[in-house]
Design a protein around this ligand. Structure first.
Ligand SMILES: Cc1cc2nc3c(=O)[nH]c(=O)nc-3n(C[C@H](O)[C@H](O)[C@H](O)COP(=O)(O)O)c2cc1C
Length: 352
């Protein structure tokens, strides 16, 4: 494969990362930018054996995410896919995160030169990149595979974050109340509702971003304790019908918090990489994950969670992990629309 073919292959996988409201706030630049010196460049290394991942600030949620934290988490998840896609080709990715303070949108540079065969675990994770979906609703009462939580916790630590399981009944109920309180408050906030409307296309829309009606249930599934989902349908009655009409016991799943020790942009990128590793690891074991960022978007509730439920570590997402048959379908932009040549403002690679 040529370096350009590799770049196209990587980006076609990277775009399947999760992102807040499916904003897909990223763009990729293949090769080296002309006239720029790169630390660690090996003699003889092809100029093109590199891809840069940029955040796309036009896709930041101005009301929900003024600091760009969720934007960076989303880009971190895409970065994990970039690395995994390179591994699937037998390359060893060399990653530098936020390498240039002069370019605040530059999230990471990844280059590849050395080779090592992909291992079985990486292969299993890679096989889930396109299959994995965010779950919205309740879970089956079936227990998680043994050892899954330990694998998720150690995986998060490898990427510089932590997955904290909130097992105690009282703390779990407090976390659910935080989600419920946040969801209630967000539904009263006109600016946030207008922003949500921008990212929730009507059924049948040709949009290839935002949260489609094929990815959430038409009727909210309640659990005990209840972790209400976002109101993507906004009263329109959109969403998927229930898979079965049989009333069964439905569970909230194992609740957890994704946290980092500090709260700066590199920590947000770490949280995103850890998130995608968690989601793919769970998916490879037949488990699904529901994500709730509602309370994290409200500073006072985020502070409550940090001080009361996560030992002072900075929370980034509430997660619920459980077993369920997934039926959600999501959408993505064409990878060719997010891959650019060096210095190209709208030079799209691979068209025609
Ligand atoms: C930082 C972040 C925050 C998210 N917050 C929520 C949330 O509060 N509720 C939800 O249902 N999904 C949430 N998601 C999941 C996205 O909506 C989802 O990734 C996107 O719609 C694409 O769908 P997919 O994950 O099924 O591919 C979040 C994802 C990220 C990366």
């Amino acid at each position: 494969m040529t370096a350009e073919q590799i770049a196209r292959y990587i980006v076609a996988e990277a775009v399947w990362a999760p992102s807040v409201h499916n904003t897909q706030p990223w763009r990729f630049v293949t090769g080296r930018e002309p006239g720029r010196q790169y630390a660690g460049q090996h003699p003889g290394e092809q100029d093109s054996q590199q891809i840069s991942l940029h955040a796309d600030p036009d896709r930041r949620l101005a009301a929900a995410d003024p600091e760009g934290r969720e934007l960076m988490i989303s880009c971190g998840a895409a970065l994990f896919n970039v690395r995994l896609a390179l591994r699937s080709l037998g390359y060893v990715p060399q990653t530098s995160v936020l390498p240039d303070p002069g370019q605040p949108t530059l999230v990471a540079r990844v280059s590849w030169r050395e080779r090592a065969p992909i291992d079985e675990f990486e292969r299993r994770l890679f096989s889930q990149v396109r299959k994995r979906r965010t779950h919205r609703g309740a879970f089956d009462p079936e227990p998680l595979p043994s050892d899954l939580l330990a694998a998720l916790r150690s995986g998060a630590a490898r990427d510089g974050a932590a997955l904290r399981i909130v097992a105690d009944d009282g703390r779990r109920a407090a976390l659910a109340t935080a989600v419920e309180t946040a969801e209630h408050q967000l539904r009263q906030d006109g600016e946030r509702l207008r922003e949500l409307a921008r990212w929730t296309p009507a059924p049948g829309s040709a949009c290839c971003d935002g949260v489609p009606a094929t990815s959430y249930p038409a009727r909210a599934e309640h659990t005990e304790p209840d972790f209400p989902g976002r109101d993507f349908a906004r009263g329109h009655g959109w969403g998927m019908p229930p898979l079965s009409s049989a009333a069964s016991i439905r569970a909230a799943g194992v609740a957890g918090l994704l946290t980092t020790a500090a709260d700066r942009p590199p920590d947000w990128v770490s949280a995103g990489q850890a998130l995608q590793r968690i989601l793919l690891t769970a998916s490879a074991s037949g488990a699904a994950v529901a994500l709730h960022s509602q309370p994290i978007e409200l500073p006072w509730l985020r502070e409550f969670i940090r001080t009361q439920l996560s030992d002072g570590a900075y929370p980034h997402l509430v997660l619920r992990i459980g077993m369920v048959t997934q039926a959600a379908v999501s959408v993505r932009r064409d990878p060719r629309d997010v891959l650019f040549a060096p210095g190209g403002d709208h030079a799209v690679l691979g068209r025609g």
